[in-house]
Write a protein that binds this ligand. Structure first.
Ligand code: FES
Ligand SMILES: [Fe+2]
Length: 397
């Protein structure tokens, strides 16, 4: 070991005073320092303080619909795997064999009965219990008095499914998910209740797309929080729903932010429309809400559809965006009759998300400037974005 080696702390990576500036009132605050978007060492720090400490999104249930379906997920180097067990419950495990540490699952698959390690064939059930240890005591001796199987089960990750979104809290230190999500559920109770949540069905034909962007994941969240960029980045959208039709959303306690529109029009083709939620408040039929639930998921709620746009951080300046779309009931989600409408709706959202790429990648490029101090916020238009910056800064310190 090198003599002078020391573990880097946050203050070795960035100026903590600048980070504290983020928490000032919006009129005098600066945004997060450049290193939060450019430093690989910072990213390691962020992985622990944000992605492992918080309720983080790693996928949706629909991508593993059947018993035995399994999928690896790499969280900035931490190997995880998502498995649907025989009772249809989704479980997340650390994707590493308890024997010599081989990574168990390499690609999505449907497992028959066990999770079998390719190295020496130890096998685990879908609840993570170690079942078989072939030849552990020598040829054809599959058990050993000196080895206690119970102590070598897979390590399960604390996880929760909400609106089909898979959340994990890797460090098992965040508050219970029910408490965590309550402020948002309370906010949305005038639109949907728990029964309505169960009506969501994933669309299998036009319900998914992925985009890879050359920027830090945080830019996607910041951009999603504000409607300020509508006239410049989304001129078409702005014609039907402009800045004045939008309102800010700032959750308390601070764990989500975004915007809402009062001019949502349901897509229609001829006289065909998607089915709607049952309990949506009558006076808000044209409301739709676009919320970033920190750290890494953006959700869009409309009277006739719901989407999950979640972020997979790949590197400090590379992110994969995953879109998943849901409708109310099987007919709207997968029925032949509404196929064209689904196609159009997916196209509409993809175009919007594509338009945003120039904005978020442009911010990444700008962060290379040593003169940039994190920037200033519009005291009127950037409040939800500032809220996200404060959340990040406070999570780090
Ligand atoms: S490392 Fe998995 S069985 Fe040996
Ligand atoms: Fe946008």
């Amino acid at each position: 070991m090198e003599k002078n080696h020391k573990i880097r702390s946050l203050s070795d990576i960035l100026d903590i005073k600048k980070l504290m500036n983020v928490d000032k009132p919006i009129e005098t605050a600066n945004g997060l320092p450049n290193q939060c978007y450019t430093s690989k060492e910072y990213l390691e720090y962020e992985r622990d303080r944000i992605f492992c400490d918080k309720w983080t999104v790693i996928g949706v249930g629909n991508s593993i619909p059947n018993p035995g379906d399994a999928k690896p997920y790499n969280l900035l180097g931490i190997p995880l795997m998502i498995v649907r067990d025989k009772d249809l419950k989704i479980r997340v495990f650390h994707n590493v064999c308890s024997h010599r540490g081989f990574k168990l699952l390499d690609k999505p698959c449907t497992l028959k009965n066990v999770i079998r390690c390719p190295y020496h064939s130890w096998s685990y059930d879908f609840k993570g219990n170690l079942l078989a240890t072939p030849h552990i005591g020598g040829l054809n001796i599959h058990n050993s008095d000196k080895f206690n199987k119970n102590q070598s089960n897979l390590k399960e990750v604390r996880s929760k499914i909400w609106m089909d979104i898979i959340f994990v809290n890797i460090n098992a230190n965040e508050i219970d998910f029910e408490d965590y999500i309550k402020p948002l559920e309370d906010r949305w109770s005038r639109f949907i209740n728990h029964d309505d949540q169960k009506l969501l069905v994933h669309s299998n034909d036009y319900g998914s797309f992925d985009l890879t962007v050359k920027c830090n994941w945080k830019f996607a969240i910041e951009n999603y929080c504000e409607s300020y960029h509508l006239p410049t980045i989304h001129p078409e959208l702005n014609k039907v729903s402009n800045i004045n039709d939008h309102y800010h959303i700032q959750g308390l306690p601070n764990r989500f932010a975004g915007q809402g529109s009062e001019k949502y029009e349901q897509p229609v083709k001829g006289n065909k429309k998607f089915d709607t939620f049952n309990n949506w408040e009558k006076k808000s039929l044209k409301n739709s809400e676009y919320i970033a639930l920190f750290p890494n998921v953006m959700i869009g709620l409309h009277i006739d559809h719901f989407y999950v746009f979640w972020l997979e951080p790949i590197g400090i300046n590379k992110t994969k965006e995953h879109m998943q779309m849901y409708y109310i009931g099987e007919k709207s989600a997968n029925g032949e009759e509404l196929k064209d409408l689904r196609k159009e709706n997916a196209r509409f959202w993809k175009d919007v998300m594509l338009e945003d790429i120039s904005a978020i990648e442009g911010m990444q490029e700008g962060r290379g400037s040593p003169t940039y101090n994190g920037g200033n916020f519009s005291p009127v238009m950037d409040q939800p974005t500032h809220q996200f910056h404060k959340w990040v800064a406070n999570s780090l310190i």
